[in-house]
Ligand binder design. Structure first.
Ligand code: GTP
Ligand code: MG
Length: 372
């Protein structure tokens, strides 16, 4: 991981927590609702330590680092896994108090002092451009689909595939699991793939068929895909919480969650549960986005549609997950069934791509251009 990435990751969080107290609350909710906050904290600590070796960013947490803070307090923090000033700065005070077992006032004081010490986080736009250049794109199998995606599925972002049953969401994911393993020069990521299967639809036989049709070794392709079956939304949260460690350790550049919302829709029924559902969904999505940005990984999630009977003209289907889903995803692609094996894809919301519609086909080789 480059120092620029680490700085972006830690300073981005620290900066925003400092600027906007409301975000502090959001981060608190996110961290505490994630299954394993300590793991996340230690991840940041560990990364900052490695950054320190390069002399770039982190200051080691040791007695005396904060004026007026007792050595016992610092030792409690170190014991809880905080090894750098940055790791304190990016952690909400309430979580510091919980994890390190200290009073709320002390936690707030320590947190404020840490935030005063870290780099405020503003960087020249040119540096942002440089970071964007480290982004790579993976081909989907259809040149037309790649074209409307600006070259393919990109790293550092969440791409959402939305569509009704049979619209091709899972088939695109299968094809990407194969193409992502191609070398970068051939339009892949040259990396492994991680798939979180929430609906029990991951079919290794179909992935093997797609690999064979593309002249690749199907066994090798399957070896390069790490699959986890999520049995409910809690389990899905745990799996998503473990991604930061996994992507780094297992050289993963593509993370797939198929589907992102299925369990949440099935488990949270009725209006009364909606806010809790959306809060948990938002927490999972925000964690996925942090993983995407911090590790320059492409995240692809699938989403279903629901029918809105009040629509008289046009498509009555709209994506599920509401504003939480809409805001969290970087690029949204809407899929519809076409004639026979063809499907229609349209980019419906993206900060960098125009809204365009194309046709592709589902074949034995997965996703391909349509002959029509
Ligand atoms: P849900 O998960 O039910 O919401 O749908 P989805 O959008 O994930 O659908 P999926 O991507 O699984 O697409 C299913 C469609 O792919 C089927 O209706 C088939 O038409 C097509 N399909 C699946 N396997 C094959 C295959 O081996 N060859 C061909 N030509 N088409 C296939
Ligand atoms: Mg599917």
């Amino acid at each position: 991981m480059s120092s620029a990435q680490i700085r972006f990751f830690t300073c981005f969080l620290a900066d925003w927590i400092q600027i906007c107290p409301i975000l502090d609350e959001v981060f608190r909710a996110t961290f505490t609702s994630l299954p394993c906050p300590e793991r996340y904290v230690s991840l940041i600590s560990r990364e900052s330590e490695s950054a320190l070796e390069g002399g770039v960013l982190a200051e080691v947490l040791e007695p005396g680092v904060f004026k007026g803070v007792a050595t016992t307090t610092i030792n409690k923090l170190i014991k809880a896994g905080f090894t750098t000033v940055e790791s304190i700065a990016v952690t909400p005070p309430r979580e510091l108090a919980d994890v390190a077992g200290m009073g709320a006032d002390t936690a707030l004081k320590v947190c404020r002092l840490a935030r005063l010490q870290v780099d405020p986080g503003f960087i020249p736009a040119l540096e942002v451009l440089e970071m964007r250049r480290s982004m790579i794109k993976c081909k989907t199998g259809s040149k037309e689909l790649d074209r409307i995606l600006g070259g393919g599925i990109e790293t550092g972002a969440i791409t959402e595939l939305i569509g009704e049953y049979g619209s091709g969401k899972t088939q695109i994911c299968f094809t990407l699991s194969v193409t992502a393993q191609l070398p970068v020069e051939e339009g892949g990521f040259g990396s492994n793939v991680c798939a979180i299967d929430t609906e029990g639809t991951f079919m290794p036989e179909r992935v093997m068929q797609i690999a064979e049709e593309r002249g690749l070794d199907p066994t090798k392709i399957l070896e390069g895909i790490l699959v986890a079956r999520a049995y409910n939304s809690e389990h899905q949260q745990i799996l998503i919480g473990s991604l930061a460690e996994l992507v780094e350790k297992s050289d993963v550049k593509l993370v797939i969650v198929d589907s992102m919302i299925g369990h949440f829709r099935g488990e949270y029924i009725g209006r009364g549960t909606l806010s809790e559902r959306q809060q948990k969904l938002g927490s999972c999505l925000s964690h996925l986005l942090r993983v995407a940005e911090a590790f320059n990984v492409a995240v692809v999630i699938t989403n279903q549609v629901m029918s809105t009977p009040d629509v008289v003209y046009g498509d009555p289907n709209k994506p599920t997950g509401g504003h939480v889903m809409a805001h969290a995803c970087t690029h949204r692609v809407y899929l519809r069934k076409g004639k026979q094996n063809t499907r229609l894809a349209r980019v419906i919301d993206s900060p960098s791509l125009p809204e365009e519609r194309i046709r592709f086909a589902i074949t034995a080789a997965g996703v391909e251009d349509s002959e029509e």
